[in-house]
Design a protein around this ligand. Structure first.
Ligand code: SF4
Length: 694
């Protein structure tokens, strides 16, 4: 594209999903004029989706926050930065003095840069003195991180998107890639068209099921049974790589004994997946020369999500399908920097790169650098923060780039927690459901206005460059956090985000060789050795666990936390749509709203007919936790007995329905299985039930 029509063009990284497409952002007159794909982007290879390419108008939307706001007498008023910072410093100092540092907590943002998140966790740990720091990976991929670390050693994909093209077969489990990760979804589609044997496993028939050789529709919450059944067939039919097992793994004997009970017939009874389909899927994966497994939130957002991740690892280990191009485990990370925000230590139990806060040698290294002393105890996770706020133990929170009142489960409890706080700071680009409870709102910057790095779903660290300046009096997150820290008496000494990355490299063995210069246009996939050598493929000759061996996990199937009942006979599954992103804060302020301006409840024709629900009718959806209303869409994309909707529209407030059930190891909410009752809102006149539309 000719750049003559623009004042400037910068190459940056998309701020929507975890694919990490590289973009050319063209500016004119202080605004984004257009965005085109970077032809050399390693993840996108010259492509983008409609979010990355067209959904940029939000950056100059009239509702952007351009000045700090302070609550006085119950109402928000415009304030200067000096007033806002003064209020923050005085309130945090007061609460810390009266109740101790652990009465304060912070939430970093998976939309923000690595450097923003690093600064935020350092602020909480060094300036406040608490490990109460978390990020929204808690409510999406924390089970992935937990499972991968336990089984293989590192919290990241074992390969990259190039494995899709190199694979002879792939299993896509609980991920609607063409809607949630469109460019990666397109790469999967193209690979399937070229002959890669694709198996999709999802309660809904997703678009990619149309390109798959096999689609399995397990009942929500039964992924573990399906994975155990696949392992059973692999073992039974001689598809195990015994040489790999003997040389590189530990713990298979217990797994072999366990999976003997999961015959295809048993698994069919639990999951509804036909035994023959299960056997065929196991053979496709086990017999392929190279095969990968990709998964999304349909795996993780369950009561036993982290255990299913470990069962996925089991299957790959049994078949020896790791450590080679084409044989990878690829979690499809949701938000643009959900990998990086955790990598940067915005977690209550770890510093950068998952170094434990309880490890003496690690903690001393950080203490020396920061000039502070820290406790060797984990802080609160996000759900624990809300519980502590309601209990009166947590008095203040600083939340940036996160709309917890819309995206987190059990909305009623979250709002109660926010209302219980003495002091809440929100750092945002727009007012949100969460800022309604803020005492101070700080106007921050969008990804098109800031400098730093994001880390995509392939562990690839990529540069982010400002194409335009923040509007009005808005500032970058990095400037805000480092300024508040200085005002609180802890000067981080950073002039630029690059300074923060130098510190990350100095304190983090797996990031030792990371520099902006080396990241360049192609990015670096961590671990990065001191000489700059990065790691596109993990575990080629050893696993990052004691003795270099991967660990099997003998974990049986257990039923989900929520199941259909007489009172709540349908199972709600929630997810995302192509046109929108997460809470919709950005995409609802772009032309994408013209493509989709409301959410719908997908319901199978049989259920719709039984309940006298016609396509487009307003329905009420009720769970044990709340009730919402929205329009029905009758479609056979979804199985009978299940309904589906997204959570992009605050007026619907889908998460009112989701309760407190969560992953047993990570507290990731069970968004994917909610028992509900669905009824038409208005009485339907006696007539023949609607003819379903597909
Ligand atoms: Fe952005 Fe994801 Fe779309 Fe790529 S696929 S342009 S990273 S939203």
């Amino acid at each position: 594209m000719s750049t003559d029509r623009f004042d400037s063009t910068v190459t940056t990284t998309c701020g929507y999903c975890g694919v990490g497409c590289r973009l050319e952002a063209h500016a004119r007159g202080g605004k984004i004029a257009s965005i085109s794909p970077a032809l050399d982007g390693p993840a996108n290879k010259g492509h983008t989706c409609l979010k990355g390419r067209f959904a940029h108008q939000f950056s100059r939307h009239r509702n952007r926050l351009t000045t700090p706001l302070i609550r006085e007498g119950g109402a928000l008023r415009i304030a200067t930065w000096e007033e806002a910072l003064g209020r923050i410093v005085s309130e945090l100092t007061r609460i810390k003095a009266q109740h101790g540092p652990d009465a304060i907590a912070g939430l970093a943002s998976s939309r923000a840069t690595n450097e923003d998140c690093y600064a935020m966790q350092r602020f909480m740990r060094a300036a406040i003195g608490t490990h109460n720091i978390d990020n929204c990976s808690r409510v999406c991929h924390s089970p992935t991180s937990f499972g991968l670390r336990k089984s293989l050693g590192l919290s990241g994909a074992t390969g990259g998107f190039d494995d899709i093209e190199a694979a002879d077969a792939a299993i896509l489990l609980g991920a609607n890639a063409t809607e949630s990760h469109p460019v990666a979804g397109a790469r999967i589609k193209q690979a399937a068209l070229r002959g890669m044997q694709l198996v999709t496993i999802d309660p809904r028939r997703i678009e990619l099921s149309g390109y798959a050789v096999l689609h399995l529709s397990p009942r929500p919450g039964t992924n573990a049974a399906v994975m155990l059944g696949l392992a059973h067939v692999v073992a039974r039919d001689g598809l195990v790589d015994h040489e790999f097992l003997a040389a590189r793994t530990e713990g298979y004997d217990a797994v072999r004994a366990l999976i003997a009970d999961y015959t295809p017939a048993d698994v069919e009874r639990i999951s509804g997946v036909p035994a023959a389909d299960l056997e065929a899927a196991a053979h496709i994966y086990g017999e392929a020369g190279e095969a990968s497994i990709l998964w999304g939130l349909g795996v993780t957002e369950h009561k036993y999500g982290s255990e299913v991740v470990r069962l996925i690892c089991n299957l790959a280990l049994m078949c020896g399908k790791l450590g080679r191009r084409g044989s990878a485990l690829l979690p499809m990370r949701g938000q643009n920097n959900v990998q990086g925000s955790s990598d940067m230590g915005a977690l209550p139990d770890t510093f950068t790169a998952y170094q434990s806060v309880q490890d003496e040698e690690v903690a001393r290294r950080f203490e020396e650098r920061w000039g502070v002393t820290m406790r060797r105890e984990n802080g609160y996770t996000i759900p624990q923060m809300f519980d502590a706020a309601v209990a009166g133990d947590l008095r203040a929170m600083w939340i940036f780039g996160e709309d917890v009142a819309q995206t987190d489960p059990d909305t009623t409890h979250v709002i109660h927690a926010l209302q219980s706080l003495e002091f809440l700071v929100c750092q945002e680009i727009f007012e949100t459901e969460t800022t309604k409870y803020a005492d101070v709102i700080l106007p921050a910057s969008a990804f098109l206005e800031k400098e730093g790095t994001f880390t995509n779903a392939e562990r690839r660290i990529q540069l982010v460059a400002p194409a335009i300046t923040p509007p009005g009096g808005a500032k970058t997150d990095f400037e805000i956090i480092t300024t508040v820290s200085r005002a609180m008496g802890h000067d981080m000494g950073f002039e630029t985000p690059e300074d923060a990355m130098r510190e990350v490299a100095a304190l983090t063995p797996h990031w030792a060789g990371v520099t902006y210069e080396r990241i360049g246009r192609g990015g670096l996939q961590w671990p990065v050795a001191a000489d700059g050598t990065d790691s596109p493929i993990l575990y080629q000759d050893h696993f990052e666990l004691p003795g270099g061996k991967a660990q099997f996990a003998a974990l049986p199937y257990k039923p989900p936390g929520s199941e259909a009942s007489e009172q709540f006979p349908l199972v709600l599954v929630t997810g995302r749509r192509l046109e929108h992103y997460n809470a919709g804060t950005m995409t609802r302020r772009t032309g994408n709203l013209d493509l989709m301006d409301h959410d719908v409840l997908e319901i199978h024709p049989d259920d719709a007919a039984r309940l006298w629900i016609s396509d487009g009718a307003l329905v009420s959806v009720r769970s044990a936790f709340g009730r919402i209303e929205l329009a029905a869409r009758v479609t056979d994309r979804i199985e009978a007995g299940h309904v589906f909707t997204a959570f992009h529209f605050p007026e619907v407030r889908t998460n009112l329905l989701v309760g407190g059930s969560a992953d047993i190891n990570t507290s990731c909410p069970e968004y994917k299985v909610v028992a509900v009752d669905v009824r038409p809102v208005q009485e339907v006149p006696a007539r023949t039930p609607a003819v379903p539309t597909v």
